[in-house]
Design a protein around this ligand. Sequence first.
Ligand SMILES: Nc1ncnc2c1ncn2[C@@H]1O[C@H](COP(=O)(O)OP(=O)(O)OP(=O)(O)O)[C@@H](O)[C@H]1O
Ligand SMILES: [Mg+2]
Length: 265
Amino acid sequence: MKSVVVQDLVVSYGEVEAVRGTSFSVGAGEVFGLLGPNGAGKTSVLRVLVALRRPQGGQAWVLGREVTADPRAVRRVIGYVPQALSADGSLTGRENAFLFARLYGLEPRRRRARIDEVLGLMGLGPAADALVQTYSGGMVRRLEIACALISSPRVLLLDEPTLGLDPGARRGVWEHLHRQRDESEMTILVTTHYMDEAQQHCDRVAVMSAGQVLAEDTPADLRARLRPDATLEDVFIALTGTGLGEDKGGMREVARTRRTARRLG
Ligand SMILES: Nc1ncnc2c1ncn2[C@@H]1O[C@H](COP(=O)(O)OP(=O)(O)OP(=O)(O)O)[C@@H](O)[C@H]1O
Ligand SMILES: [Mg+2]
């Protein structure tokens, strides 16, 4: 069975049609990348999948359950790391994790062990009792992932998990995600701007632009179809007619937001 199926999805905000008939599917245990430039509609798709927004059209299933028909059942099996900052800098890592353990309704007697476990999984054991405002950007992101793992989700949805991080921190986030996936056979759906990351870390990807999926396949097959030496970024440019260079004000803006946010006041 597919872990996630999105079919003809439409999401509008007033006049703005952010998602315009998007379809793709994610196999069980896959690391799947939803790729696209600013405003492509990636976050809007994730909001539907985590039942935070009702679509104007189409349907979405997570582990066979239709999201709008059974949002509670879907929320019980997913973990979600939103694009915006979700960790509280004035608390320690352990205290942040404790809040999520309560939020997810973890039994009190299981909380302590599970919190130690997820913090350890994300390499935060030694920093567990430090205030999050002293963490690096990569550590903050790994804490947010740890919090999303507390309920042992079968599907983890991450919105731009590495945005604004330096290369070492990005690698750290991915190493921890892969380890977690290998141990638990969890399905991972991630959005990203970074084509190099998608090429290296995703089993399959969907390229999205202006609310529509233009292609869906393994990075290797997409590249081979364009030309033998093509990178995923070449594929992206060929499909969308646009690059993702640093000259894009929008992307720089988001990266800056994330950098500022990670200082946490
Ligand atoms: N709450 C909202 N109200 C109005 N318009 C919105 C809202 N959220 C998103 N949009 C618009 O919908 C479109 C798609 O936005 P979305 O955030 O889904 O894209 P994205 O691919 O996640 O972009 P980014 O890479 O910048 O995160 C954009 O034009 C955006 O301005
Ligand atoms: Mg987004």
